[in-house]
Design a protein around this ligand. Structure first.
Ligand SMILES: [Zn+2]
Length: 344
């Protein structure tokens, strides 16, 4: 990346009210068929424009192409029955009705590749595309077929690799895998989670990122955070293994979080997307607050490897608040960029 401190969003942006109920997580589409396809494209263009106007350097589709960051991908696969639902505990935190794995999983056709081509055709900026990570995918399903989390994760990683290679060919510059499960299942992360993630990125030449957060600003997550004590040291468990992995970029939640910044030291050598925007509050950060978080991170990551970002996705926020937060991110990064350039 040629830009110093290139900004990006870690996740989704709000949906326009004409496509889905706004300010609500995972709200249903209001349209179907070709109308929905057209509306998703329109929403993608609006989202892209908002990022460009806010001065975001690495842009995305704002996740306008999906209803849910995990299940929309899984809906396109065979071997999963969405009518056969079971209640399972998600990330040891909340119960949800989830689809069942009923046979061998595979991807009959590309999922997001046409959407990525559409985004590529509409901007010259670097683009980032998010996919769910294998461990987070298995944690969102009931597995009545493989009956092994590791085996199912490996199968999903194979599928993700097929999709990722086609996204790369479509002109995607960075492919990000969302793995909030990495902040929960530490033994599995180290036993096979990072290996499954590396399987998903095998043979890719574009950059790859893993996004590990404390989740959207929903009650189940904010309640969980209250139990984590004064210092959140979850990253400490997965970082040594990730530092040795082939993943290029690690995306973290740092704004208003109790993550000790010095944990970033454990992934020295990697690029780090530092979350400098809290997605769990409507309060818009000042550029100075963003700059302050970035300055703290700079103690542990070299300037050419620091990617200012949001903590997580902003779907549940109003468009106005999200717009303000994107602008604050840009302005905060610009303050620190000037400080770095002034010392050179
Ligand atoms: Zn997140």
């Amino acid at each position: 990346m040629e830009t110093l401190l290139p900004t990006s969003t870690a996740g989704s942006l709000p949906k326009p009210s004409w496509i889905a109920e706004p300010e609500k997580l995972w709200s249903e589409w209001k349209l179907t068929g070709d109308d929905l396809l057209q509306a998703k494209r329109d929403a993608l263009l609006v989202s892209l424009q908002e990022q460009i106007q806010a001065g975001i350097d690495i842009v995305s589709d704002g996740e306008q192409t999906r209803q849910h960051f995990v299940t929309t991908f899984i809906e396109h696969l065979e071997g999963v029955d969405f009518t056969k639902r079971e209640i399972v505990r998600i990330r040891n935190r909340y119960d949800a009705s989830v689809p069942s794995v009923v046979g061998a999983v595979h991807r009959p056709k590309p999922v997001f590749v046409e959407d990525a081509k559409f985004l590529r055709a509409h901007t010259d900026r670097p683009i980032k595309w998010a996919l769910p990570g294998p461990m987070t995918m298995i944690d969102t399903l009931y597995d009545g077929h493989y009956k092994s989390r590791e085996k199912l994760a490996w199968e999903f990683a194979t599928i993700l690799n097929q999709e990722a290679k086609e996204l790369e060919a479509a002109g995607v510059d960075i492919i990000q895998f969302d793995e909030p499960a990495f902040n929960v299942f530490f033994d599995e992360v180290n036993d096979w989670g990072v290996a499954a993630l590396e399987h998903a990125i095998e043979g890719l030449k574009c950059e790859t990122a893993v996004h590990i957060c404390y989740g959207y600003g929903i009650k189940a997550n904010t309640d969980w955070k209250k139990t984590l004590g004064s210092e959140w040291r979850q990253y400490e468990e997965s970082f040594p293994k990730l530092q040795k992995s082939n993943i290029d970029i690690i995306s973290l939640e740092c704004q208003n979080s109790r993550v000790p910044m010095d944990l970033i030291e454990l992934v020295r050598g990697k690029k780090v997307m530092v979350g400098a925007i809290d997605v769990a509050t409507n309060e818009i950060e000042t550029p100075e607050q963003v700059a302050d978080t970035l300055r703290k991170a700079l103690q542990f990551v070299d300037a050419d490897k620091l990617y200012p970002s949001t903590n997580c996705g902003m779907t549940p926020l109003s468009r106005q608040v999200a717009r303000g937060k994107l602008q604050a991110l840009s302005a905060g990064a610009e303050i620190v960029r000037q400080e770095i350039l002034a010392t050179k």
